[in-house]
Design a protein around this ligand. Structure first.
Ligand SMILES: [Zn+2]
Length: 497
């Protein structure tokens, strides 16, 4: 029995866990040691799981072949195209036609599934022909308990670093998907009574940026040119926006609902501004290069339509998923000819790991990052990659604005938070550090819009240095789009003196 358990653990560690590391950027001995350590720790979880299963020969013989095939097929896709199992992927599997699914079938895939079935049947046969000795039981029980404990401690210390990978990820992904479904059915109140709709042909674009800090834009005094096209378009930049939240999951519902400092309830119990746009006859679309998170999936569900780019790739994957993939969709939406339209674009922008958001022709500042290490030695490369992504964002937004130049339209960009580059030992975000609480934001107006709303635009320009909170977005976006409600609050409106 000992031999069976160890053989099975080694087999599955090689065929299920190892593919997870194929797309991981590694440079030098240190990275390889880290990857090996990560793999060994994951194997402990596998060992503990197989130990529980092997205790009962019926469970072992029935479940192992099924789990083995499912996990084997997943590992194949992880190896081949770096997929990650998440609610967005589960959703898209259910919405995929049989025809599209057939595209994924291939001989290597069939062989992998067959191999896993045969090996699992072999393990079943072996299980039925060996006896479980009392002493084995005790040693292996102790080993399994220790393995599970170490697995859990490491996994909790480095937030889900082990459980977010195949095959463990099935459990959390299915749980999260069910939670999202339940959440979207919760009753929510209206964010206000509609009083007036002032526009009959307006395109409004809200671009939600990711981790872009205000002081990395040359419009705000940065010594590198990171947004040449936006500057040429004379966007109105707001350098003094404060974000109380420094991670996407909390920041997005805060920005898009009536929530404000000391009033967080609307994030949980009110609809977002999307509902008010709809009531004013706007066609609403969520166009995203980031996967939904349970805290804001209700907003996506409020939209008339949603497009999520490559949901099978995790936002933390190492495989390219460019914001420019959204451009054909954006073009099509603008060609559909809706009189009033709201497009919310959720870009990947400066999401870690920067290189996966960055086409090689945008490696403007050199050298760029080669690995994912967060260390002072890597800091300058990290900033180079980060600034290059900002230049790419500049390009993507300019491409979008080209679709709006001739229309009555306006666009506002607001990043969900900033980013740390080792200040006070802090890296990336979710640390509530000052540099993470000052997101980039700017607005652009088409000539037609400026012609008919010159006073509004002039006032916004005058207010551009105001110090405010990301709560300004709700009231400012409605005001700029001619939508009035009984819950309007002037203090959050950048269009008024
Ligand atoms: Zn974020």
């Amino acid at each position: 029995m000992r031999k069976l358990l160890l053989t099975a653990t080694i087999f599955y560690a090689l065929f299920l866990l190892a593919p997870n590391y194929r797309h991981y950027p590694a440079e030098g001995l240190n990275d390889y040691l880290l990857i090996t350590g990560h793999g060994l720790l994951s194997s402990l979880g596998l060992f503990a799981f197989l130990f529980i299963l092997i205790l009962n020969k019926y469970a072992w013989s029935l479940l192992l072949p099924l789990l083995s095939m499912a996990a084997g097929v997943t590992a194949f896709f992880v190896w081949q195209i770096d997929i990650s199992v998440n609610p967005a992927l589960i959703e898209s599997i259910f919405n995929t036609h049989a025809g599209e699914a057939l595209d994924y079938l291939s001989w290597p895939l069939a062989l992998i599934a067959l191999l896993h079935l045969l090996v699992a049947l072999g393990f079943s046969y072996w299980r039925w022909h060996t006896n479980w000795r009392g002493r084995d039981n005790l040693y292996f029980l102790a080993a399994a308990v220790m393995a599970a404990t170490v697995f859990n401690i490491v996994n909790n210390k480095r937030v889900n670093t082990l459980s977010s990978r195949a095959p463990f990820v099935y459990y959390s992904a299915i749980k999260e998907q069910l939670q999202n479904k339940a959440d979207s059915r919760l009753p929510r109140k209206a964010p206000g009574q509609l009083l007036h709709c002032g526009e009959d042909s307006l395109t409004v674009v809200l671009i939600i940026g990711e981790a872009l800090r205000a002081d990395h834009l040359q419009m705000n005094g940065y010594d590198r040119v990171t947004m040449p096209l936006m500057e040429a378009r004379d966007v109105i930049s707001f350098p003094n926006i404060y974000s109380p939240h420094t991670h996407t999951a909390a920041s997005l519902p805060y920005m898009l609902t009536r929530a404000q400092p000391k009033l967080s309830d609307p994030m949980q119990d009110e609809h977002s501004l999307v509902q008010l746009f709809q009531e004013c006859g706007f066609r609403t679309t969520w166009l995203a290069n980031q996967n939904p998170i349970s805290t804001f999936s209700f907003i996506i569900n409020e939209c008339d339509s949603s497009i999520i780019n490559k949901p099978h790739l995790s936002d933390y994957s190492n495989t390219p998923k460019y914001d420019s993939d959204l451009l054909p969709h954006f073009k099509r939406l603008n060609a559909e000819g809706h009189a009033n339209q709201l497009i919310i674009v959720h870009i990947a922008g400066n999401h870690w790991w920067y290189n996966k958001n960055l086409p090689p022709d945008f490696h403007y500042y050199q050298p760029v990052m080669e690995n994912k290490r967060l260390s002072p030695a890597n800091r300058q490369k990290m900033i180079n990659s980060y600034d290059n992504v900002t230049r790419f964002t500049d390009y993507v937004i300019d491409q979008m604005l080209q679709q709006l130049d001739e229309k009555n339209a306006w666009m506002i960009f607001l990043a969900d938070h900033g980013q740390s580059f080792g200040e006070d030992g802090k890296w990336l975000h979710a640390n509530d550090a000052p540099q993470e609480q000052n997101p980039a934001s700017f607005a652009w107006f088409s000539d037609k819009y400026i012609k008919s709303h010159s006073e509004k635009v002039a006032q916004l320009t005058k207010n551009r240095l105001d110090t405010t909170d990301t709560a300004f977005l709700f009231h400012t976006l409605l005001q700029g789009s001619g939508i009035k409600t009984d819950r309007y609050e002037e203090q959050w409106d950048l269009f008024v003196p």
